[in-house]
Design a binder for this molecule. Structure first.
Ligand code: ABU
Length: 497
């Protein structure tokens, strides 16, 4: 009988519909649990790959004029997950965010059920206070006693908040008067290995990308501080106005850490805002063993981006931006919309965080992180960080033990392990440009084989120094040494010709 029920038969459309509602939702939960079970089954595939045109034929994505039955919706849910890549599978090493933390996921389920907006205490009292507590804890881990923070929709937007606050600090009149308040060419600086969102700030905020100066990095991808200072002086000599330096703690491809203390000295000398993009590396702040020397001096920054949805394994998405100075966010972004942020409310309106941000509606990204932190404790996160780093060190050791099959590109500072696979035909060749071209060309072919086989996913990309190479990420709590061994054996099985 349940098969023929429709949307209108369950709550809130049918006041008597609780039993049918429960049955429907329990069946949805069963589908989710099946997905979780197969995500954690090493013998199950990570993906069932089809090209888009074929996928279109396999799926029924049509939007009907007449609503379908609940039974059909359950089939739709199953089909959707059947073709979804299992990013929590222990053999998924493809992105910075890998894994499926089930406590964080439970938090996300609750968040969806609470379905609230994060702009006012009025409609999200518990979640707003959670934000307050968790963000304060994160600032303490950075090394600040005060300050202010907010959750943003991704690291790129977190970096944009830093840019906006820095410009506001230097030119508070910009908010009202725009470019006229500056009266010169603003310039920002970042390393040539930074995340592209830093350059995007220059494009979006009126500097132009030519005024996002790319500072050269060393052979391990770390900004060269002396070059930074030279470039600042060069721009000053042109009459430009340097105002912002981004240092990256964990670059996206190589996982490099810019030398924060030396960069902070330069920023201090030239009175520039120092932002640390620790979207990727931030999680290591939780590890006493690994935070130094990588992030030594981070407390000297003016702002820090840190994405718990990366190394910490909180569910997507969960990105935070932190400021050393309290009050800047609100003063920079406040628009005082009278319909939302009335000042004569029943409670202390400093908890209405919505006027600190440039968006209006804001998703609740805190509960899943708060719940996960309660489950693991700070110690649990520290163990998680140490384990991810140990597994990456294990992978490096294993690669070095197989120099005929794998070529390690550089000693990693983080969980990014960058390497080439060497198929049989190149094993006796010297490591020249000719060989590099062959092994780089193999990357997309081997990745294609992984996806067709459905057994493994490892990312590849070129960078500004070399053509395509593999970048393996271990950021999932599901991964073990045996999975690293599987990865290396499977790449060899798929690519040895
Ligand atoms: N925002 C960087 C994410 C890139 C990656 O997952 O590979």
């Amino acid at each position: 009988e349940h098969c023929n029920l429709k949307y209108s038969d369950i709550l809130p459309h049918n006041a008597e519909g609780y039993p049918a509602t429960r049955e429907f939702l329990m069946k949805v939960v069963d589908i989710l649990l099946d997905f979780i079970k197969s995500t954690n089954d090493r013998n199950a595939k990570i993906l069932d790959f089809h090209h888009p045109s074929e996928m279109m034929r396999l799926l029924d994505l049509e939007i009907p004029d007449t609503g379908l039955t609940l039974q059909q919706l359950l089939i739709d849910c199953s089909t959707t997950l059947k073709y979804q890549v299992k990013t929590g599978h222990p053999h998924f090493f493809n992105q910075l965010s890998c894994g499926l933390d089930l406590v964080s996921m439970a938090g996300e389920w609750l968040t969806a059920t609470a379905n609230t907006n994060m702009f006012t205490y009025e409609i999200a009292p518990v979640f707003i206070l959670m934000e307050h507590v968790v963000l304060q804890k994160m600032r303490e881990l950075i090394g600040w006693s005060g300050g202010d923070s907010i959750l943003a929709p991704g690291g790129s937007i977190s970096n944009l908040y830093a840019f906006l606050a820095a410009r506001h600090k230097m030119f508070p009149a910009y908010k009202e008067r725009g470019l006229a308040a500056i009266g010169g060419q603003l310039v920002m600086f970042t390393s040539d290995q930074c995340h592209y969102s830093v350059k995007s700030c220059a494009a979006v905020c009126g500097l132009g990308t030519d005024n996002c100066v790319m500072v050269p990095s060393d052979e391990r991808g770390r900004m060269i501080p002396s070059k930074l200072e030279e470039l600042i002086l060069e721009r000053k000599a042109k009459g430009h106005i340097p105002f912002f330096v981004n240092a990256t703690a964990g670059t996206t491809v190589i996982g490099a850490f810019d030398p924060i203390s030396e960069i902070a000295d330069i920023c201090q000398r030239h009175q520039l805002w120092l932002h640390i993009d620790a979207a990727w590396g931030g999680g290591l702040l939780l590890s006493r063993k690994y935070r130094h020397p990588r992030m030594t001096g981070i407390e000297r920054a003016d702002s820090v981006t840190w994405n718990p949805h990366k190394l910490m394994g909180a569910l997507l998405q969960c990105s935070t931006i932190h400021f050393k100075e309290d009050g800047l966010l609100i003063s920079c972004n406040q628009m005082s919309a009278e319909y939302l942020f009335m000042t004569d409310k029943l409670y202390d309106v400093k908890y209405d965080t919505g006027d600190k941000v440039i968006q209006c509606g804001r998703h609740n990204d805190i509960f899943k992180l708060w719940l996960q932190w309660r489950a693991k404790g700070t110690e649990g996160f520290e163990k998680h960080m140490d384990r991810l780093m140990e597994l990456s060190e294990y992978m490096v050791r294993r690669i070095k033990q197989m120099p005929d099959k794998y070529y390690l590109i550089l000693e990693p500072e983080m969980v990014n392990v960058c390497f080439w696979y060497l198929p049989t035909r190149v094993r006796n060749m010297p490591h020249t440009q000719e060989r590099i071209k062959i092994i780089a060309d193999i990357c997309p072919i081997l990745k294609g084989r992984m996806m067709q086989a459905g057994t493994l996913m490892v990312g590849y990309q070129p960078d500004d120094r070399r053509p395509n190479f593999f970048r393996n990420i271990i950021s999932s709590a599901a991964v073990t040494e045996a999975d690293v061994d599987f990865l290396l054996a499977e790449m060899d099985r798929l690519g040895h010709d």
